[in-house]
Design a protein around this ligand. Structure first.
Ligand code: SF4
Length: 242
């Protein structure tokens, strides 16, 4: 059974939530012209956001963190997006010397050894490239939703991040059914792993499928306690997850 068959449902209020998401994006494109980027994880929510940006011809760049550890199914979406929408997906890679030195010191399996080493890997492969992605930009767009986990239950449509940039989460109030209803209705390309019970997809070593009844993000860093399960991209300095 495909993810579309499993999850796509038209829920009451969908048209209003869609119109609001478009309004958030239009406002971002207008207020931060040339200085706003969608940081796409290439997950289902982000594919919806990219489709909205392209469909409404909004002046919002699209960029992703190519950590060097992504699944081939995830990487395949980059050319798929570029061909379908005629846009460039900017790729931000980790610095080779940093990853080589980290692996030399701690090995290929470092992320499983301790939270500190896992976060060290995320710092090199995600946080530092994200800083380069956001440099010179005044706003960024994510696919965060309140429903994704308890830690994300209060995600606002707009907030200010730790560096003072505006961070926009146009799908904050969308349900998983909404995301898939949009994907189905608009034939949006999506990661084939979603059809294999991967609702949340990150790097290959740190993502697994989830079982029926498990939390949406249960397949991310599954060996860690719930409170540690963010890579830092969406964590505020005081430890409150945005
Ligand atoms: S998610 Fe895993 S592989 Fe990816 S950067 Fe973090 S620790 Fe490294």
């Amino acid at each position: 059974m495909s993810a579309i068959e499993l999850y796509a449902r038209q829920r009451a209020g969908f048209d209003e939530r869609l119109a609001h998401a478009v309004a958030v994006l239009q406002s971002a494109a207008g207020e931060h012209a040339g200085a706003v980027v969608q940081a796409t994880s290439l997950g289902a929510e982000d594919m919806v956001v990219t489709d909205l940006i392209s469909r409404h011809q909004l002046n919002i760049a699209v960029a992703t963190l190519d950590t060097g550890m992504l699944n081939p199914q995830t990487l395949a979406l980059i050319p798929a997006i570029e061909q379908r929408y005629g846009i460039e997906v900017q790729r931000f890679l980790p610095r080779a010397e940093a990853t080589i030195e980290f692996v030399r010191q701690h090995g290929e399996q470092a992320m499983y050894q301790s939270i500190e080493l896992r976060k060290g890997c995320c710092n090199i492969r995600k946080m530092e490239p994200l800083a380069r992605m956001l440099a010179g930009r005044s706003a960024w767009v994510t696919g965060l939703r309140r429903e994704q986990s308890a830690d994300r239950g209060t995600v606002p449509f707009s907030e200010t991040d730790a560096q003072g940039r505006i961070k926009l989460n146009p799908l904050a109030d969308w349900s998983w059914a909404d995301v898939w209803h949009y994907i189905k209705s608009n034939s949006v390309p999506y990661n084939a792993l979603h059809d294999e019970f991967f609702p949340s997809i990150g790097c290959a070593p740190c993502t697994r499928a989830v079982a029926v009844g498990e939390d949406m993000r249960a397949g991310r860093w599954w060996w860690e306690q719930q409170g540690a399960k963010e890579c830092g991209l969406h964590v505020k300095p005081e430890g409150v997850v945005a």
